[in-house]
Design a binder for this molecule. Structure first.
Ligand code: ZN
Length: 130
């Protein structure tokens, strides 16, 4: 298993990690890769990154649906909205691998979402043959 470490810069950030994941599967003939983040205020998505505004739109849309500053957990460490966003989006994605290539669509990338940055974040990449 490989760890990817990233440092986010803003409170909200969507970081493309596709090339780091691809590096881990280049010798795999056929199988799957699980991309998982062990953080309660971060998430993994498969979506477009060709237009970086999509990441900003996702962050803004989630902020409209789940505004900050109105959750019981805010009394603990003021990040209730970040926990809810992370729970809805989810901590992992699974991608099929064939002949060393991620079987992503033309407009799909693998991205880490930070809802409570800036922080140092870890993503686990587990490659499974089969
Ligand atoms: Zn918290």
């Amino acid at each position: 298993m490989k760890n990817i470490k990233i440092k986010t810069k803003g409170k909200y950030e969507v970081v493309d990690i596709t090339s780091e994941v691809e590096e881990q599967v280049k010798h795999l003939d056929e199988g799957i890769v699980i991309v998982y983040t062990p953080h309660a205020t971060g998430a993994i998505i498969l979506n477009e990154n060709y237009d970086p505004n999509i990441g900003k739109d996702i962050v803004e849309a989630l902020d409209k649906i789940i505004p900050e500053g109105k959750w019981m957990h805010d009394a603990v460490d003021d990040n209730g909205a970040a926990h809810i966003k992370a729970a809805i989006i989810g901590p992992s994605e699974t991608v099929i691998v064939k002949e060393g290539k991620l079987q992503l669509g033309t407009w799909q990338n693998i991205c880490f979402c930070d809802f409570d940055g800036p922080r140092e974040r870890t993503i686990y990449v587990k490659v499974i043959k089969g």
